[in-house]
Design a protein. Structure first.
Lengths: 287, 160
């Protein structure tokens, strides 16, 4: 295995493109280094991207936040403006792992590791975040939900890497949230995760909504039907019941040691309901 | 496989070493530099026994490559005491019997130091949450939490 630490995006993508066999991007390493411990792990090249200018920064522009691919989740949580604008995204990112993991792990890594249970991914999707992908053929930007294609698989082509996540500044009267269920209070993997982002109109009813569910399918589930069930309401009891029912029905989880299918389906509804209420309150809504 | 030359700062000293591309910082500390205080428990970032502070953030050194240390500032348990004078966290761990077998202790001390560096007056809940990535199979954690609380009081210059 070779280790390279390029100082420009172009140098990094050239290294990624020219590698003959398996090549990995190293940012926080909290997934990659664990994989490296396995006997069957083989890599020709690891590309450490942390020396690329700007890639460890959160940049606030007039209309968006640009989160560099190597920003640790701990640093994300210390960014007051981002936390105020997108509390659900930051809370989700800060749920990943322990204090020690937080010091290294990144949301781009969480996305590219492509675990269905990734905590930050439902929140990024609900927020409408975009992944900025750089590669030998230039830069393209895609919605975050188009990156993972299944467990451990992404839509990135050879030579490509994500250099930043871009999240637009939130609209007025909007709010987001992420909740997950884990058996242990901290440092555990989501059995189910649910994220809701909603925008209210002047009358205080839900104008637009996005609902994303984690760990209940091979990739994060984005349910239009769930969003529709609360649009035009003030999250009254009937709307919340409808949301929970739709989310439970839409979930297609697996049975494993951390939860059964029936349990996960029910919890998906419960968490979506609670997440919607938090997002509604953050948007300034009153029932 | 050619070695990688790394220049870094460990406990205030300039240090240079050669390592392999796939070698962890924990292995470099223990096997090449003779700094055996950082322990290997799980080797996968779950137990915190290898906790070190890099550029002010506590991390698991088993999940850092030795090559990544280039140009960084690293603190290990070996740098915690000032000569023969133990750090308040160390004296309070002893006084509160916050260790039994001791394998987790360097990691707990480094993680607790990182906490008190940013939050000199943490609540019990904040201490427990911060230290959730450090596993101890002996003490049941209560004595560790009490020791951190007592050290925080001492470091703030208050009467216990």
């Amino acid at each position: 295995m070779r280790y390279e630490r390029p100082e420009t995006i172009q140098a990094a993508t050239t290294l990624l493109a020219e590698a003959q066999d398996s090549v990995f991007v190293l940012a926080g390493g909290t997934d990659l280094l664990v994989r490296m411990q396995r006997d069957d792990f083989e890599a020709e090249l690891v590309v450490d991207i942390k020396s690329i200018a700007g890639i460890t920064d959160v940049i606030e522009t007039d209309d968006s936040f640009v989160i560099g691919a190597a920003v640790s989740c701990a640093a994300l949580g210390e960014h007051a403006a981002l936390r105020a604008a997108w509390p659900g995204v930051v809370e989700a990112a800060n749920l990943i792992g322990s204090t020690q993991i937080q010091g290294r792990c990144t949301v781009v890594g969480n996305l590219c590791n492509a675990s269905p249970a990734a905590d930050s991914v439902p929140a990024l999707i609900a927020a409408g975040a975009q992944a900025r992908i750089v590669g030998p053929n230039g830069t393209r930007t895609v919605p975050v939900e188009e990156v993972p294609t299944g467990p451990g698989k992404t839509s990135l082509a050879k030579g490509e890497m994500i250099d930043a996540i871009v999240i637009a500044k939130p609209e007025p009267k909007s709010g987001d949230s992420y909740l997950r269920f884990t058996p242990r209070t901290e440092m555990d993997i989501a059995v189910v995760g649910a994220s809701v982002h909603l925008v209210l109109d002047d009358a205080g009813t839900v104008k637009t909504a996005r609902v994303a569910l984690g760990a209940v399918g091979p990739k994060v589930l984005v349910s239009q039907e769930a969003a529709q069930s609360i649009i035009g309401t003030t999250l009254d009891a009937a709307a919340l019941d409808a949301l929970a029912t739709v989310c439970s029905a839409a979930s297609t989880p697996i049975d494993d040691k951390r939860g059964t299918v029936d349990f996960r389906k029910q919890v998906a509804g419960v968490l979506a309901r609670r997440a919607a209420l938090i997002a509604f309150e953050r948007a300034g809504g009153t029932q | 496989m050619s070695s990688i030359a790394v220049s870094t700062t460990i406990n205030g000293d300039d240090v240079e070493y050669l390592c392999q591309a796939d070698e962890t910082l924990l292995d470099v500390l223990r096997n090449r530099l003779g700094l055996m205080g950082s322990k290997e428990g799980c080797g996968t970032g779950d137990c915190g026994a290898c906790s070190t502070i890099i550029d002010g953030r506590v991390v698991c050194s088993c999940l850092v490559l030795g090559a990544e240390a280039q140009g960084r500032t690293i603190e290990t348990i070996e740098g915690m005491a000032n000569g023969a004078a133990l750090h308040p966290l160390q004296t309070n761990f002893i006084e509160h019997a916050a260790l039994q077998c001791g394998v987790c202790t360097p990691g707990f001390l480094m993680a607790a130091k990182a906490l008190l560096d940013v939050n000199p007056d943490p609540t019990e809940e904040e201490i427990r949450f911060w230290l959730a990535g450090n596993l101890c199979r002996c003490t049941g954690y209560d004595k560790i939490v009490r020791a951190v609380q007592a050290a925080a009081v001492e470091m703030r210059g208050e009467q216990a």
